[in-house]
Design a protein around this ligand. Structure first.
Ligand SMILES: Nc1nc2c(ncn2[C@@H]2O[C@H](COP(=O)(O)OP(=O)(O)O)[C@@H](O)[C@H]2O)c(=O)[nH]1
Ligand SMILES: [Mg+2]
Length: 355
């Protein structure tokens, strides 16, 4: 059984790439399972990453490379026993060290597993051209990789691509470097899939770095159940865009240079409206995914950003979501992590966490 670790900074395109990879493996008749790790308390990508025939598990509230090793071991072993996949794809949090995840899994002594080369994705538009400016953990993610994937090339010109290649080569002289647009797919992305079909050649070093402490990223996620009936899909799409816009604007006031990932998933009847913002300059990207079933209306928001305190982030997310829902006269319950209701626009009572 092959284990693929697809790492990379918050918002670099891991989920988008994995969605395409799952289709690619499915076309080859492979049984695929995915483990998605989110640093917030509520997972978002697990809802939308899987299509029929793929088993997805979410691990939340921390990072599997350091604080949640035991959850990872349990999830991996139960997935192997219950589903017997040919391939397990791991999407770590955007602050994780992929090599540390590999080393943790190796120490679990699961005989069936062999590893694909470790992948780290990079979003060139948000990577400083000066190696000295890179945060330690971004540099570590680049150094950890056996394959470096420069994603979102549809957004950059040839000069920026060259500059990014040179920077990556300087930081990691050995890795294979490929470039593609995960969104557009095509031959360039297939090259990545071809490379990760091979076996990993790297030796792992056993070390204990704490990604949560090193990243300086604050994270918060929350969930609201919408109790109003008869909401149109149009309203869901527009309120989703406004929530993301509102959070981005307020986070930008707190830290104009923030990078990170603010994500939203709005389940509504048979649709999942999914939205995402990765920097102060980004416009919210909204897509509508159809899923089988008839879902109760729920909106989940996950935010993970640099250099903003967690208290400020909680306040920002909770008041923006409730403010937008109030403006639309939609009634709701803030159900938070465990599905326990508490009254509108209160600060989430969960304990402060590091990440
Ligand atoms: N233009 C463009 N946007 C992309 C591409 N890949 C991902 N994105 C967008 O970047 C944002 C973050 O992507 P996602 O896959 O959720 O990142 P993750 O946090 O690494 O899992 C989303 O809005 C995606 O639609 C790409 O190749 N081109
Ligand atoms: Mg993701």
């Amino acid at each position: 059984m092959k284990c693929m670790i697809i790492g990379g900074f918050l918002g670099s395109g891991k989920t988008t790439t994995i969605r395409k990879l799952v289709e690619y493996l499915g076309a080859q008749g492979q049984r695929t399972a995915i483990i998605v790790n989110e640093i917030g308390e509520i997972g978002i990508d697990g809802d939308t990453i899987s299509k029929g025939g793929v088993e997805t598990r979410e691990i939340t509230s921390g990072c599997v490379c350091c604080t949640l090793r035991i959850s990872m071991e349990y999830t991996l072993k139960s997935l192997i026993t219950s589903y017997r996949p040919d391939t397990i794809i791991i999407e770590p949090t955007g602050i994780a060290f992929p090599r540390q995840i590999k080393s943790n899994i190796q120490s679990m002594h699961i005989p069936e597993i062999n590893f694909a080369p470790i992948v780290s994705l990079v979003d060139p538009g948000r990577l400083s051209p000066d190696a000295g400016d890179l945060q330690n953990f971004v540099r570590n993610q680049i150094e950890d990789a056996e394959v470096l994937g420069i994603n979102k090339v549809d957004l950059i010109g040839p000069e920026k691509l060259l500059e990014t290649c040179l920077l990556l080569r300087k930081l990691n002289p050995k890795a294979r470097i490929v470039h593609f647009s995960a969104r557009q797919g095509g031959e360039d992305l297939d090259k990545l899939f071809c490379l990760i079909g091979r076996d990993s050649q790297s030796k792992t070093i056993h070390e204990a770095r704490n990604s949560v402490e090193m990243s300086g990223v604050s994270a918060y996620s929350t969930e609201f159940e919408i109790t109003s009936h008869d909401i149109s899909l149009e309203t869901v799409v527009s309120v989703s865009g406004q929530i993301l816009d509102g959070i981005r604007n307020r986070v930008t006031q707190l830290n104009p240079e923030f990078i990170g990932h603010i994500k939203l998933s709005f389940a509504h009847k048979e649709n999942f409206v999914k939205g995402s913002v990765t920097s102060a300059h980004d416009k919210p990207e909204i897509e509508i995914l159809k899923k089988e079933g008839n879902y109760r209306s729920r909106v989940k928001v996950l935010s993970a950003v640099t250099s903003v305190s967690r208290e400020e982030l909680i306040e920002t997310v909770d008041t923006t979501v409730s403010g937008q829902l109030n403006d639309r006269q939609l009634s709701y319950i803030n159900v938070g992590k465990n599905g326990h209701g508490y009254s509108h626009a209160k600060i989430n009572p969960f304990k402060q966490r590091n990440c």
